[in-house]
Design a protein around this ligand. Structure first.
Ligand code: TGC
Ligand code: FAD
Length: 392
């Protein structure tokens, strides 16, 4: 793979709107990605291996629980810093950002928000340091967009719960130490349970042959009469709103992350277009190529402004689910379109691993599907503006 020459575009001087802390956090993440992710990520993706060697570094840049208070091992940062970290990591690779998203927003967040003080003390510091890795089990083989239909269930056996069922498409599952799993009780009410590796009847087979997110490990979570201690139930919220609340946080992070992937594709295509000579001129001098680049930077700038405003609303606890859906949907579509255009601008070179673009493009096919598909987010906006849900 070519050396990482990334230069971040900031067409509207959005940096002026960031605090010194935001810029410091972003610089640390950007430098770390350049040094530790860029040199190894293409190889990891080609081999379809999650590069476990980066876990420690992710913890050090604050990517595990950026907004979780420092007393639990988190970085205690605001939501804009969280977004900037996700942006920089996904600039390197969406799969690496996935690992950080799951750990922070889908594992640490529910334990912090819905857990007991004992659960916070037991799990959060180890998750923040990367000593333990987590996964989040919501999706099932027959219930993806409609998680409320889940059949994974647990029964109260007096001194423990008995958990049965299966989750599919679970990021980090093959190597997770703990899983936050959503299951129905005997009354059909959804609760979160913390399942630990080593519990009898719990297995995590890996899903192979993915053409997307190859540097992220994906798998199943299978529960066959797993005895879960009663103290592992998350007591402070139940119902579908509990897992969906975690998704709000992860989807917000993705709305920033996708900008990172788009910036990398744009920056690569711009540099290539200035250097690549055809018909005696750099291809950047042709109007058709300039149109692509001009549209890319316009869309990136719009997405940056949207993410920043959403971050301000998040900081004030005013961001709605529908606003988050709009940003996730818009920014991921923006990124995938830019990846496709940028790939064409590199001609044949665009399909090789010498450049990051094709990897971003394939990764984004997962990003546009997980955390709510592109269609589902459109329907969330539709329901919000009309007051009429069209899901069913
Ligand atoms: P609906 O009737 O609309 O809602 C059920 C209850 O939930 C409440 N609610 C929310 N609460 C908090 N935050 C949200 N975002 C919420 N959205 C809804 C709602 O108020 C209601 O509460 P209550 O008290 O009245 O019961 O539910 P529905 O069954 O009609 O479904 C709505 C729909 C389709 C929007 C929802 O189910 C959905 O978002 N589906 C998409 C599923 C999804 O996003 N799955 C993601 C799995 S995790 C993942 O992909 C991780 S990838 C990680 C990585 O690698 O980065
Ligand atoms: P389906 O729900 O079957 O959807 C298929 C198609 O039908 C989609 O185009 C969808 O938009 C459309 N559709 C569905 N319902 C409607 C409707 N009402 N109206 C119009 N169109 C509709 N899940 C987790 O729980 N944890 C994870 O860590 C996790 N990681 C993932 C990692 C990867 C790489 C991938 C690919 C997925 C991951 N997921 C995870 C699962 C992901 O959230 C689901 O794939 C996603 O929610 C869609 O569910 P589905 O694949 O079952 O598709």
């Amino acid at each position: 793979m070519k050396p990482d020459l990334f230069h971040a575009p900031d067409y509207y001087q959005i940096d002026d709107l960031l605090s010194d802390e935001h810029k410091m956090v972003r610089t640390a993440a950007r430098d770390w990605v350049k040094k530790e992710v860029s040199p190894i990520i293409e190889d990891a993706a080609q081999k379809a291996e999650f590069p476990k060697s980066i876990i420690k570094g992710l913890a050090e840049i604050g990517a595990f629980g950026p907004y979780i208070p420092a007393e639990y091992g988190g970085a205690g940062l605001d939501q804009i810093s969280y977004g900037l970290i996700m942006q920089e990591i996904e600039r390197g690779d969406s799969g690496v950002r996935s690992t950080a998203s799951v750990q922070s927003s889908l594992v640490m967040y529910p334990i912090f928000k819905y857990g007991t003080e004992e659960q916070r003390q037991k799990y959060l510091p180890k998750l923040a340091s990367g000593e333990w890795m987590g996964s989040f089990g919501l999706t099932e083989p027959d219930h993806g967009s409609n998680p409320g239909g889940m059949t994974t269930n647990y029964k109260d056996m007096g001194d423990h719960y008995l958990l049965n069922g299966a989750k599919m498409w679970i990021s980090n599952s093959p190597f997770c130490d703990v899983a936050v799993v959503w299951a129905k009780n005997e009354e059909g009410r959804i609760h979160g349970l913390i399942v630990e590796r080593g519990m009898e009847g719990f297995s995590t087979p890996e899903t192979h042959n993915k053409w997307s997110l190859r540097a992220s490990a994906t798998g199943e979570l299978i529960f066959q009469d797993v005895k879960v201690p009663k103290e592992n139930l998350l007591p402070n919220k139940s119902g579908l709103g509990a897992p969906l609340g975690c998704l709000d946080s992860a989807r917000y992070g993705i709305s920033w992350g996708a900008i990172g992937a788009a910036m990398d594709c744009y920056d690569t295509a711009l540099r290539y277009a200035k250097e690549r000579i055809q018909f005696g001129k750099p291809i950047a001098s042709f109007q058709l190529q300039q149109k692509k680049l001009a549209e890319m930077i316009t869309e990136i700038t719009k997405a940056q402004l949207m993410a920043l405003r959403l971050g301000q609303l998040k900081n004030e606890d005013r961001a709605t689910t529908a606003q988050i859906s709009m940003a996730k949907r818009n920014n991921v579509e923006m990124a995938i379109n830019i990846a496709r255009e940028a790939r064409q601008m590199l001609g044949g070179m665009g399909i090789t691993g010498e450049y990051s673009i094709m990897r971003h493009m394939m990764n984004l096919e997962s990003v546009i599907t997980y955390e709510g598909t592109h269609d589902i987010h459109l329907l969330i906006t539709g329901a919000d503006i009309t007051g009429i849900p069209a899901f069913k």
